[in-house]
Design a protein around this ligand. Sequence first.
Ligand code: PLP
Length: 343
Amino acid sequence: MTELTQQTPRIDFRSDTVTLPTSAMRQAMAAAAVGDDVYGEDPTVNALEALAADKLGFEAALFASSGTQTNLLALLAHCERGDEYIVGQQAHTYKYEGGGAAILGSIQPQPLEFRDDGTLSLSAIEAAIKPDDFHFAKTRLIALENTVSGKVLPLHYLATMREFVDNRGLTMHLDGARVFNASVALGVNITEVVQYFDSVSVCLSKGLCAPVGSVLCGSAGLIQRARRWRKVLGGGMRQAGFIAAAGIVALNENVERLADDHNNAKALFDGLRSLEAFNLTNESVRTNMVFLNCGAAVANELAAHLLKHDILISPADHVRLVLHKDITANDVDTMIAACREFF
Ligand SMILES: *Cc1c(COP(=O)(O)O)cnc(C)c1O
């Protein structure tokens, strides 16, 4: 089989979403058995959904086009018009998904500040839960994110949160776009991390390298409601087995390799820490992210300098460098040398 490759040999630190599919994925996609998934007849989509449910320890799963969609499907499946979900101020499900839950579900977000470790404080949540009174929206759901800016939520925190949620009759959703990074960093099975949640959204298209797609896991009833909403949103995809095939490879073959990304993040951190202008913080380095806290002005100049070395970053106040399959240990050395040259 001829391997198609990207023409520019760039070292792209902007995101793990830029990963190209592996040759195993391309082969699986070419050979996939397909059918009409809206009729429930695509064997490869069905196999991916069964695999995801099994691996994460849930009754059922649903394949969708993106993590934004699986998060939205979860919110729509948990909440009704006039309900409220409690979420981090900087959480993807609140800040980076276009306000979909409010626009399309009439679901009100109640954002709270994340603490430095990416957790929401129980007392802040307690204070935000609305009494049953017609002046207020009905608090229904708590949405967490793991990993959150590369940080791993502690398992004991998740256990405590589950108890809290049960005592107050709420439900709990995880935006687990990178939850496999969390399980790999903790060295535990993925079920250890997701067991506390009523639903979990997982991106196949980030460090797991699939070209497209996310899965939502939950109870059979929740997934049935989400499947209905997916059709309403125009997300029924017919012969989607061609892309689901890559998702199966992602879950079966690309989880353990996340440890390489974590090691590369550590090496990058170690190589850059002596550059004081970067003001590095190390919480996110347990997984695949390094943050340069150098301010936007320096970041803009740095981005222009790195481009000459075919290195891409997204300049910002806090520059997020994301490690992934298509950045090798050699590329990390190239990056460190280019940053040293800059100063
Ligand atoms: C990427 C991401 C998502 C989903 O993004 P899509 O691009 O829609 O797949 C959700 N949450 C977090 C934390 C993410 O990083």
